[in-house]
Design a protein around this ligand. Structure first.
Ligand code: PLP
Length: 382
């Protein structure tokens, strides 16, 4: 059989992106300029509301959000056990204590009952993640947060264009945080965005992100003169990155159409394979961003995840794992906070028994059929 060529992710970069970056390089504003502002405006427009500020990564956006909320030592922050370590690092860096919530295996999202059970008098906030772009029900999350007076930060790294009741994710909580790492929906190489419904929040965080410079004082606007009104960071995006991101944004309608078509084909095909279940929100009002297909292996198939992934790779099908461990099982978190595997059965099942399969715009319907055929053959040979 000829080897397939189905990488897990491949950025969609054309002459338009190359020209846009070259144009920046031909000028003299290389950071924090008109491309950043236009990218921020374009991103907010795509979301259909809110305000946006560009950052250097999703983790930077998350870190800025927690600092802005003032969480710190003595505070507990509820976070999903099943997420990228960036979600946990960003909150833990403030000195707050992360308290992990188990996942539902049907959606990969935080289990709302476990979330409610883990609220204590010390809980200050909830950091939610839309797992693999499948939106968690933000109406229920916000109701729980309101009941206990908690703030909410949304990690939307994989969730561009995911919506709850038609509203873009990221617009429910205090902030929404996005990633433009190469395998994401759109890329800047590296980069991030922070959004909020509240323009003051975006302004305040935007200033903190850029050293907290204050140029509003009296006197002539002499370049290079500034005051500083508080501590700050340099978490800015460059003009080259923003120019790339602006072109990528124009591709979003086509990117989403291709992702959805590919995802549905993969979902239908894989769900017909005995022992395989593809995670989904299960509700039309919770619209996915179709980042990838998380195929959970059940029953006798479950222990064979690594062998099946390697067999797929040998056939030329790229795979990944979202994510390799429940956060509490990672050495640093385990040694610092302890970890009870029994408390995280859902997250453990996803870490150990699920394979992430690609459905990005670099792939065709034929690629989806090939992936399904490969999975079916490999599974049948078990
Ligand atoms: C849920 C989640 N949050 C945050 C990140 C980190 O994003 P970045 O590399 O832009 O910091 C990732 C990366 O995949 C992620 O999956």
């Amino acid at each position: 059989m000829t080897k397939l060529d189905i990488p897990f992710g491949r950025p969609w970069i054309d002459d338009a992106e190359r020209d846009a970056v070259m144009e920046v390089l031909s000028g003299h504003i290389l950071t924090h300029g008109p491309n950043c502002h236009a990218f921020e405006e374009g991103f907010a427009e795509m979301m259909g509301g809110g305000h946006a500020v560009s950052t250097s990564s999703c983790m930077a956006s998350l870190h800025l959000s927690w600092i802005d909320l003032g969480v710190g030592p003595g505070d507990e922050v509820l976070l999903p056990a099943m997420t990228h370590v960036a979600t946990a690092h960003a909150a833990t860096l403030t000195g707050a204590t992360p308290v992990f919530v188990d996942s539902e295996v049907t959606t990969g999202n935080m289990d709302l009952d476990d979330m409610a059970a883990k609220v204590t008098p010390r809980t200050k906030a909830i950091g939610i993640v839309h797992y693999a772009g499948i939106p968690i029900d933000m109406v229920k999350v916000m109701a729980l947060a309101k009941k206990h007076g908690l703030k909410v930060v949304e990690d939307c790294a994989l969730a561009v264009e995911a919506r709850v009741d038609g509203t873009h994710v990221g617009l429910f909580g205090h902030t929404g945080c996005y990633s433009f790492y190469p395998v994401k929906h759109i890329t800047c190489g590296e980069g991030g965005m922070l959004v909020s419904k509240d323009p003051e929040t975006v302004k305040r965080i935007g200033e903190f992100r850029a050293f907290n410079y204050d140029r509003s004082g009296p006197g002539p606007k002499v370049p290079g003169l500034y005051d500083v009104k508080g501590l700050g960071m340099n978490y800015r995006m460059s003009e080259m990155q923003a120019a790339l991101g602006r072109v990528q944004l124009t591709r979003m309608p086509e990117i989403m159409a291709r992702r959805e078509t590919n995802f549905r084909a993969l979902q239908t095909g894989l769900n017909a394979v005995e022992g395989v279940y593809v995670l989904d929100s299960g509700e039309e009002r919770l619209k996915s961003s179709f980042y990838c297909a998380i195929a959970l292996l059940k029953g006798d198939l479950a222990p064979w995840r690594n062998d099946i992934a390697l067999a797929l790779n040998a056939r030329g099908v790229g795979t990944s794992v979202y994510y390799p461990h429940p956060i509490g099982r990672l050495r640093y978190y385990r040694e610092r906070f302890g970890y009870d595997a029994n408390g995280f059965r859902g997250a453990t099942a996803l870490a150990d028994h699920a394979i992430a399969l690609p459905c990005g715009p670099h792939l065709t319907i034929q690629d989806m059929a090939d992936i399904v055929a490969c999975v079916a053959e490999i599974v049948a040979a078990r």
